[in-house]
Design a protein around this ligand. Structure first.
Ligand code: ZN
Length: 319
C-alpha cells in the first residue's frame, strides 16, 4: 500500500500534536472536533501512526509496517469503534470489550490506540464506561474521540479530553483534493450538493450528486413559480426506491435557503424592491430553514416522509 499525501488542512492540527508529543505532554484522551467531512478519522489514523511509527526521524513515515497496518485498519494495537451496520450507536458491550483489550500489554512497544468514530454515537452507558479509562488510563494508551458534534457527547467525557480542532478545507481545496484522490468529476457541484467536506464524498458518484442537485433546485424553482405542485414532487422525493436521495435533496435545500437568506438580507440593506424582484420574507425563510433542519433529523426515523416533505414544500410554495 502506498502512503497518501497528508491533506494540507490537517497541518495546524498535526503541528499541535507534534508539539505536545515532543514535549511529552500528549494527553490520553483527545477529542477531535472536525468540520463534517474534514477527515477526522483519517487524522486519528495519522496520530496513531505518529506515535507508533518505527522511523523516529520522519514519523509518520507511511512506509514501516506499523504505519501500513494502521492505514489498512489492521494494526493489533490500534482499534476503531463505529456503530454496527444495523445500529445507530456504539454499544456498551463493544466499549467494555475494548477497555479490557486496552488494559493488556501492547503487542509491540508502541501505543495502544482506541478510535471512536463518530464519538457522538456512543450510547450513553457506553460513554459512562469510558470515564474510568479516561481518568486512569494505562501508560501509553490513547483514546481518540472523533466528532463533528461535540455538544452531543456527555459533558463528563468532554471535560476529560483535550480538544483538537480540525477545520475543513475551502471549497476549491476540497475539489482539488477529490480530483487528485478520485480523478476528474463535477466535484464542485457534488460538494455543493451535500455541504460536507471532501472525506464525506470519497466513496460517492459525483455525477449522480450533481444531477440530483440540479433536479432538486430546478424542482423548487418550478414550485416557486407555480409551474408544478408539491404533492407529486413529495411523492417522488419520498419514494422508497430513492431512499438515499432524500437526505441529499434536503441538504441541497438547506444550503439553497441559507444562500437566499444571505441574499435577501443584503438586498434589503441596499434597496426596497417591489413586485417580481421583491425578496421573500426573511422570517419565512428562517422558518423554512428551521423546518428543513428538523426534517433532516427526522428523515432518519420512520416518519411518513411523503407527508413531511409535502408540508415542507408547501411552506416554500407559500413563502
Ligand atoms: Zn512509519
Amino acid at each position: 500500500m502506498t502512503s497518501k499525501p497528508l491533506p494540507e488542512w490537517f497541518r495546524p492540527a498535526c503541528q499541535e500534536v507534534e508539539a505536545a508529543f515532543a514535549a511529552g505532554r500528549l494527553t490520553h484522551g483527545i477529542l477531535i472536533h472536525e468540520d463534517p467531512g474534514a477527515g477526522g478519522l483519517e487524522f486519528a489514523r495519522w496520530i496513531a501512526q505518529r506515535v507508533n511509527c518505527k522511523d523516529a526521524n520522519r514519523a509518520p513515515c507511511g512506509e514501516c509496517q506499523d504505519c501500513q497496518w494502521i492505514a489498512a485498519d489492521q494494526h493489533p494495537d490500534v482499534h476503531r469503534l463505529s456503530p454496527e451496520e444495523d445500529s445507530q450507536y456504539i454499544l456498551t458491550e463493544a466499549v467494555r470489550e475494548l477497555i479490557a483489550e486496552l488494559s493488556l500489554t501492547s503487542h509491540g512497544r508502541g501505543y495502544k490506540v482506541a478510535v471512536f468514530s463518530p464519538a457522538d454515537t456512543l450510547y450513553p452507558n457506553a460513554a459512562h464506561s469510558l470515564l474510568k479509562t479516561l481518568e486512569e488510563p494505562a501508560a501509553r494508551t490513547l483514546l481518540l474521540l472523533v466528532t463533528s458534534q461535540p455538544s452531543r457527547l456527555l459533558a463528563t467525557v468532554r471535560s476529560r479530553c483535550a480538544r483538537l480542532r480540525l477545520k475543513g478545507p475551502s471549497h476549491q481545496e476540497a475539489a482539488r483534493y477529490l480530483e487528485a484522490a478520485r480523478g476528474p468529476g463535477p466535484w464542485d457541484e457534488a460538494l455543493a450538493a451535500t455541504g460536507a467536506g471532501p472525506f464525506a464524498l470519497l466513496d460517492t458518484d459525483p455525477a449522480a450528486l450533481a444531477k440530483l442537485r440540479n433536479d432538486t433546485l430546478n424542482t423548487i424553482g418550478d414550485i416557486g413559480s407555480g409551474k408544478i405542485q408539491p404533492p407529486g414532487v413529495a411523492e417522488r422525493w419520498a419514494d422508497r426506491t430513492n431512499a438515499k436521495d432524500l437526505p441529499v435533496r434536503l441538504a441541497c435545500l438547506e444550503i439553497w435557503v441559507t444562500d437566499r437568506i444571505r441574499e435577501s438580507a443584503s438586498i434589503r440593506d441596499v434597496t426596497h424592491l417591489s413586485g417580481e424582484g421583491r425578496p421573500p420574507n426573511i422570517c419565512r425563510l428562517f422558518e423554512l430553514s428551521d423546518a428543513i433542519r428538523d426534517m433532516r433529523k427526522l428523515s432518519l426515523t420512520s416518519i411518513n416522509k411523503a407527508m413531511a416533505v409535502e408540508s415542507l414544500l408547501w411552506r416554500w410554495a407559500r413563502s
